[in-house]
Design a protein around this ligand. Sequence first.
Ligand SMILES: C[S@@+](CC[C@H](N)C(=O)[O-])C[C@H]1O[C@@H](n2cnc3c(N)ncnc32)[C@H](O)[C@@H]1O
Length: 318
Amino acid sequence: MRTLDKVERHPSPVEQSLERLHIPVLLREVLELLRPAPGGRFLDCTVGLGGHAEAILEAGGPETILCGIDRDAEALALAEERLDRYRGQAQLVHGDFRELWELAREHRWASFDSILFDLGVSSFQLGNPERGFSFFINGPLDMRMDRSGGSRTAAELLAVLSEKELAGILWEFGEERFSRRIARAIVRKREQDPITSTKQLKDLVERTVPRSAWPRKIHPATRTFQALRIAVNDELSGLSGTLEEASALLKPGGRLVVIAFHSLEDRIVKETFRRLAGQEPSAFRLLTKKPVVPSEEEREQNPRSRSAKLRALEKVAN
Ligand SMILES: C[S@@+](CC[C@H](N)C(=O)[O-])C[C@H]1O[C@@H](n2cnc3c(N)ncnc32)[C@H](O)[C@@H]1O
């Protein structure tokens, strides 16, 4: 019996349903930069539902090895199912990429041809009401990417933080100009009722931000939800150090590719890459002077890709 080649192969039902749950962003650009090839070794630090990972394995061919990390055990289980036919080539690990060094030691990972970070949350996480990431659907205010650990949920943070701490989070991680007003409204509301659902928080922000000041292109609760999510998952601390650790795991000529979805994250990536490429003599060179952004076509097909910014760095081969 003849096996199907790449052109003939149709996505399996699992792949089709996963494609609906999350469309990998900037896929063509990622593959061009990662250059999957036979015998290559790749590390995907945010494997999610395995969309990029699958494309890397598919493009690289039978000898390609892919190691993947995600802190979300539910996403990882789906990725495992998706990558089942690459058994022996894919190794997926539940963990936090900020522990990259320990994970690399534990699993004897070294010398990667390319490493990918596709930061933030997936549409799978955003679209699940149980996870509490989105104000579009009502659900418990959870927002933890890793529900297996002991970290506090968004509802718990809203219940225990002081008004000043809440305002600081909304300002620092959401750049929300009504941070103080919203923090005050949260504290007043929780004196009567605990804030435990996404709808309660969304309604509170809608009531608190004056209608005349509602942003034109985004919902007024967008910044508040982003800020809380970053705080719950402690998303920014350690990112720069992790990127430096990842750069040390690259082979000469290897590439580090990072996709960020908001300006705070992108700033950290930009500054870390500049620092690495700016050392004298430098072991790295910047491949993207300006960030790569999705084409108009991709933005139309996948609105979630709109805020994506990709930056890439190469370890100098000598
Ligand atoms: C945008 S999604 C990745 C989607 C993936 N590239 C795909 O094509 O399916 C980002 C993933 O990163 C994971 N993540 C975010 N921060 C993480 C961290 N510190 N350690 C490990 N995984 C993390 C999230 O759980 C989420 O599944």
